[in-house]
Design a binder for this molecule. Structure first.
Ligand code: ZN
Length: 115
């Protein structure tokens, strides 16, 4: 059976400031983050790699509810997009066949993490 990826998009809004950083982002500010969660696997008997509804439920539960409208410095140390991506990966990796996380801090800037 072929292996495919499936991706669902999410959004959350959070505040943060960067430590060990000189520039605008050392001060507290907010972002409307966009998050792409990609899973990978064989097509199962139901014709799916993973049900989008299940991806939604798990990501809402493990990530969005924990980060949306929160101050990220209270949750993880030095919350750069890079560190947030690793935090999200760790929160999801035991619950779905994760392939890639893409986290947009702005429309023009994103990081990718594949574990
Ligand atoms: Zn920022």
């Amino acid at each position: 059976m072929p292996f495919l990826t499936a991706t669902r998009k999410f959004e959350f809004a959070s505040s943060h400031f960067l430590e060990n950083y000189k520039g605008k982002c050392e001060h507290m500010h907010g972002h409307n983050y966009k998050l792409h969660i990609t899973v990978k696997g064989e097509i199962a008997n139901d014709g799916l790699v993973m049900d989008f509804a299940d991806i939604k439920k798990i990501v809402k539960n493990k990530v969005i509810e924990k980060l949306d409208h929160k101050h990220l410095n209270d949750i993880l140390k030095n919350p750069t997009a890079e560190h947030i991506s690793i935090w999200i990966w760790d929160a999801l990796k035991d619950h779905m066949p994760l392939h890639k996380i893409k986290l947009y801090e702005t429309d023009n800037c994103y990081v990718e993490y594949e574990g």
